[in-house]
Design a protein around this ligand. Sequence first.
Ligand code: M6R
Length: 367
Amino acid sequence: MKGGYDHFMQKEIHEQPESVLQTMRGRVKFERSSSETDRYRERRIKLGGLTEWLDTIRTGRRIIFVGCGTSYHACLAARQTVEELVEVPVALELASDLLDRRAPIFRDDTCVFVSQSGETADTLQALEYAKSRGALCVGLTNTVGSSIARATHCGVHVNAGCEVGVASTKAYTSQVVAVTMVALALSEDSIAKRDARDAVIDSLGALPGALRRALALDPELARLAGRLAGETSLLLFGRGYNYATALEGALKVKEVALMHSEGLLAGEMKHGPLALVDESLPVIVLATRDAMHAKMLSVIAQLRARRARLIVVACEGDAEVEEACGVDCLQPIVNVVPLQLLAYHLTLLRGHNVDQPRNLAKSVTVS
Ligand code: M6R
């Protein structure tokens, strides 16, 4: 069952080059046609469950993504892609908070419910609420026949394969891919977005290779875990697409390694968190080459000036770097891998249960 691995979480982290491919299989055509007209037609994304609804979504008032925990982070990671390609206002909601506020939802809204299990109570209740307000409800789940898949009007199956470890890893990366595919499908008729779509599709094709290269860092992450295992706290800074990576990395560390860790928006650093920084607190900074790179270099300089114990996640090399990383919007999928590996090794070294962290369940079926 664990296919030669010691733990399900470890197996699921290492499966990601295949699981993201599985999510895209039969839906994304990677080859480019030489003819312009064919290229336009062929590079459509096939999401059978959504085809009939694409026009309604495009012409709707807003797209509201709803999820909990890691699934919410996946929505955050892909939000900008939807904003850039589709140009419909995007809102994000934590399911419990949406319910607490009884937030306004309108008949011409589209609500997308993202859930690995498809059984999370808060997400399911938020779905019932959105339905009662007349919104179009789309399900994005990894479990065929789940309650959320059944209760939504239409949806997309994430197809990451069964995830057993309580810590969600391969479902996260596949959820980001799935939301990206939804954005590509919604923008398929836009001539203005054609080049941007092409770049995203090309990078999706390169994703399994990029994930393999990130997984090859495993021994280095095991060594880093050795240096951090005795710490009590860890900060992670990211911005842009990698704000979600910082939140997700911190969630993995706290959930399985039982170490306090906080993911922070780097843009907020000077508005409070900087006070925590000294020569003893380890700080991870996500500074791969994307549109935020220059700003992240400035964050690093400011942290250095405070003698922070810096650990920087960066692209390797120089000239090839941008190609190696792919388009900005897919970087969170690759960048989360070292953080998943770090959380895994920290957990082993701290002597905790990797697959069944205390107090947590794989599906949270009560609110
Ligand atoms: O099954 P869901 O995706 O709806 O679950 C939502 C969260 O409970 C889940 O992502 C949780 O945060 C993970 N265990 C984190 O690794």
